[in-house]
Design a protein around this ligand. Structure first.
Ligand code: ADP
Ligand code: MG
Ligand code: MG
Length: 889
């Protein structure tokens, strides 16, 4: 008989899969003796059986729940529904991965017309009792009976106004009783039934609702964003209530054991006196900073500091803790690993090593490589003048510029169209998630550092300012005002989430640098990793940046980008349009010194590390004007100026463009196929590389050029191109009298190349897997068409787990990579292998490269730090066989 229900003392922290994160941690805290209100957890398996039995709670689950309830009642000395001594409980969802605010919790369950009187008598506090009852009706009606909170809020507001009150604490017991009568009428009107008075019925309706909430829209969106599987299900926690709303010696709050924004090792959080549950995060009243608790309730503060210390030592991770104080007594209601910015993650990992809480390897595993992108983002230029319009709380660092929008749907629509927007709201709720995703940043006028907007933005690494009370938002006329300044819908603003400052217009930003802690952590990573990290860089500036970020070479230098320059493109076009060999050579001779100059700069910036240069890859028509535009111009000239020289030129150009026109350029005349038909282009490029190498050698700078031939599918292609490069090298060596050490290799980006890698290796000194083209050619997808037209639908319908252009498809494309490496090394055991597609900067793909035995990964310069960390994690995880999962844990 399966056990579906666990009392808190029966579980522990390792039972996340079964008890959910919240349940497992409640059990663990109970186990180590912390003051946790007692309760029990219904397992995630029970949720799955609920769905299997057509959304009914199976009898076995029901029986075990009633048994656990009896234990809880005995322990508390109270009974659910007992009019004289009623037990009140919360019913809380809690899945394996925390999904903050995504699922619904019900507080004060067990309240009815009789028990409310009992509570009033027992506590000698009727005001509190009726306040709790009306909260329960409101929450229960919303979550279980699906009645919009709006109706209750409206009634409440009307009552307040009519009595001339400003805020809820002014309401008396009698006022609340009046409200309750109104609330019940609302329920009756919407459900045609009375509000359920039987506490056991309430309980099971609530349990069903928590199970149901696993599949509400917010939860589904959140899971999709965070790649949480749908089949996990949620656990349900039933816990006896403690009350933060019993008066001024009570309160409720949340706190992080360290600052989640900067990582500074001080308690960080907020609380509200005389409040319950979600009042803090909901952003309805702006709460007090946790430090103020020290003054207001010194003993509670002391106890809380000790507890948070203990929890951190116990979990060896920064914790995010919910607590409630009931008449001066502290209770802990939840703990979990705290979400944090990248900056904080690094500082905390490094500090915890220094404090002796964790070792270096654990510290490396505590930082999610994906998060590092945040730090490698641009920030506002220190020298730029800031005309600050208003200031709010600095809730999530980084800066962002965008057009003001006031609605999440609109933010999503504009964002998806490519417009940069800032979402401005009084406060955000989980229903706004899609709008936050599509925005550059978020600005709210209410709520604190732990409000919904702040938590979500930090998780996503987006700039966020909260609680900016200086801005008055007028949602209806789509504007906000600060004093007499008006900011309209779609005006551009800049927000600085590190300082909380809001500025009008766009402000210049600067490139990021690595902090000392970041450098230290990356140094530790370099000691652990077994795989090289190079960068894709096409010019000296990018190469310098890459070197600064720790790249050990250039894995891909794309020479066509050097052709795109506005001064060079006319020469390139001349080369393409040439009618004969002489004309073409003339243009190529002009291009050679230009390319040589670029190579000198790149080689010099890499200071002796290898540089892989790929010879020309794209089809030539990419360097010519668009056909459609030319046709229009020619037609115009034919009418307006039929005798002109310009017309003749344009007609010639059009003729060439038509000649070069291809049905399918991706599979057309490109890569080494260009070298085969225009060998003089590749010859020029090879010579430019060798002249540059010779020149630097003269200056005493070491250079390791690696010449790479693109798009090889058959060994004979490589054989011919290799000979061409070898000849160019001997010419230059003879001419300059300098010996150059170089290697020649190929990109593996066509399935045939991977499948015949043993043959290809005969002619190659190295392989570099071009996983972008290899993904296109393996799937038979053209990337632009796929991403523009159908890939999104594939991912939404779970036909593919991820975009294979972002995350390497290990099963298919990966198999070709594996095959390529194995066959290649059969021929040449020492064959050097690397990856230079975008995947080289993605953590799971890097893990794959490590497993497959590649020598290095290469990625864009800004991703180099991420790749260094991911490479270290791959090595640590596979050595220790530690399967630590990040995502949302
Ligand atoms: P979420 O996952 O959205 O944070 P929770 O289940 O943690 O939802 O509960 C929402 C709020 O209610 C939290 O502030 C929590 O501290 C509070 N709460 C939950 N259970 C109790 C309880 N038994 N007594 C008092 N407050 C509670
Ligand atoms: Mg919670
Ligand atoms: Mg390619």
């Amino acid at each position: 008989m399966e056990k579906f229900v666990y009392l808190f003392h029966e579980g522990n922290g390792n039972m996340r899969d079964l008890l959910g994160g919240k349940g497992a941690n409640l059990a663990e805290m109970t186990r180590i003796g912390l003051p946790v209100p007692y309760g029990f957890t219904i397992t995630t398996h029970a949720c799955n059986t609920y769905y299997e039995s057509n959304k009914t709670v199976p009898e076995l689950v029901e029986r075990q729940t009633l048994e656990a309830l009896a234990c809880l009642e005995e322990r508390m000395g109270k009974k659910l529904g007992d009019p004289l001594n009623p037990l009140l409980v919360s019913v809380r969802s809690g899945s394996v991965f925390s999904m903050p605010g995504m699922m619904d919790t019900i507080l004060n369950l067990g309240m009815n017309d009789e028990t409310v009187e009992g509570v009033a008598a027992l506590t000698n506090n009727p005001r509190f009792a009726f306040d709790s009852y009306r909260r329960f009706i409101q929450m229960f009606s919303n979550v279980v009976l699906n009645i919009d909170t709006f109706y209750f809020e409206q009634l409440l507001e009307e009552t307040r106004e009519q009595k001339g009150y400003v805020s809820d604490p002014e309401m008396t017991a009698e006022d609340w009783q009046e409200v309750i009568v109104g609330y019940k009428q609302i329920v009756k009107k919407h459900t045609r039934k009375d509000f359920p008075q039987n506490p056991k019925e309430q309980l099971f309706l609530a349990i069903n609702a928590v199970f149901d909430s696993w599949n509400n829209q917010r939860a589904i969106v959140y899971r999709r964003l965070n790649k949480i599987p749908d089949h996990l299900g949620t656990a349900v926690n039933i816990q006896s209530m403690v009350f933060g709303n019993m008066g001024n010696d009570s309160g409720t709050g949340v706190a992080f054991t360290r600052n989640p924004s900067t990582g500074e090792p001080v308690l960080y959080g907020e609380y509200l006196i005389n409040a319950q549950g979600e009042d803090v995060v909901a952003g309805i009243r702006t709460p007090q900073p946790i430090a103020a608790l020290k003054e207001e309730m010194p003993e509670v503060y002391q106890q809380f500091t000790e507890t948070s210390h203990r929890l951190e030592q116990h979990y060896k991770e920064m914790q995010d803790i919910e607590f409630t104080v009931e008449r001066g007594k502290l209770f802990i209601l939840q703990t979990r690993n705290g979400k944090r910015t990248a900056q904080a993650a690094i500082r905390i990992a490094v500090d915890m090593v220094k404090e002796g809480i964790i070792d270096r390897r654990t510290a490396l595993l505590h930082v999610d490589p994906d998060q590092l992108n945040q730090l490698l983002h641009r920030r506002i230029d220190d020298t730029a003048t800031r005309k600050v319009l208003a200031k709010g709380l600095p809730a999530s660092p980084g800066a962002a510029t965008g057009q003001v929008v006031f609605d999440a749907d609109e933010a999503e629509q504009l964002g998806n169209e490519g417009t940069k927007v800032i979402l401005v709201r009084p406060e955000t709720t989980p229903d706004d998630i899609h709008g936050i995703v599509a925005s550059q940043g978020v600005l709210t006028s209410r709520g604190g550092m732990t409000s919904h907007a702040a938590v979500v933005a930090r998780g996503m690494g987006k700039a966020c300012i909260c609680g900016c009370e200086a801005i008055k938002i007028d949602l209806r006329s789509k504007k906000f005002t600060v004093g007499d300044r008006v900011v309209h819908y779609r005006d551009t603003i800049t927000i600085d989430g590190s300082t909380g400052e809001i500025m009008l217009g766009e402000i210049s930003m600067i490139d990021p640098e690595l902090s000392p802690e970041f450098q230290l952590l990356l140094g530790w990573a370099d000691q652990e990793r077994k795989i090289g990290v190079r960068a894709n860089a096409d010019n000296p500036e990018d190469t310098k940046k890459a070197f600064e970020f720790g790249a050990e070479g250039v894995g891909l230098c794309r020479t066509e980008h050097m052709f795109m320059d506005q001064y060079r493109i006319p020469i390139v076009q001349k080369m393409i349009l040439a009618d004969n060999y002489e004309e073409r050579m003339e243009a190529l001779e002009q291009l050679l010194p230009m390319q040589q100059g670029d190579f000198e700069g790149i080689f010099e910036a890499m200071q002796g590390y290898p540089v892989t240069v790929r010879l020309l890859d794209p089809p030539l028509h990419e360097f010519l004007p668009y056909k459609e535009e030319l046709i229009v111009e020619v037609t115009k000239l034919q009418i307006l100026d039929p005798q002109s020289k310009e017309l003749k030129q344009k007609e010639q150009l059009l003729k060439k463009v038509r000649q070069l026109d291809e049905f399918n350029p991706m599979l057309g005349h490109r890569g080494c196929r260009l070298g085969m038909t225009y060998p003089e282009i590749y010859d020029m490029q090879a010579k430019a590389i060798f002249y540059a190498a010779a020149k630097l050698a003269e200056k005493g700078i070491e250079v390791q050029p690696e010449i790479m031939i693109p798009l090889v599918g058959h060994v004979n292609e490589l054989k011919q191109m290799r000979q061409l490069v070898v000849n160019a090298a001997s010419t230059v060596q003879e001419e300059t009298g300098t010996t150059i050490h170089y290697t020649i290799g190929t990109m593996i980006e066509i399935p045939r190349a991977a499948l015949t890698a043993d043959k290809i290796a005969e002619e190659a000194d190295f392989f570099s897997f071009g996983t972008n083209d290899l993904t296109q050619t393996t799937f038979g997808f053209s990337r632009d068409d796929a991403e523009g037209k159908f890939l999104q639908a594939y991912i939404e319908h779970k036909v593919l787990p991820e975009n294979p252009f972002a995350v390497l498809d290990q099963e298919g494309v990966g198999k070709l990579v594996e095959t390529g490496v194995q066959l290649g090394r059969l021929t040449k055991p020492s064959l050097k292998t690397g990856i230079c597609g975008e995947h080289g900067g993605e953590k799971s793909s890097i893990d794959f490269c490590y497993k497959t035995g590649l020598n290095y990964v290469s990625c864009s310069p800004y991703r180099v730090p991420l790749a260094r960390l991911a490479a270290a994690q791959a090595a640590i995880r596979h050595q220790e066989n530690k399967q630590e999962v990040f995502t949302t844990a």
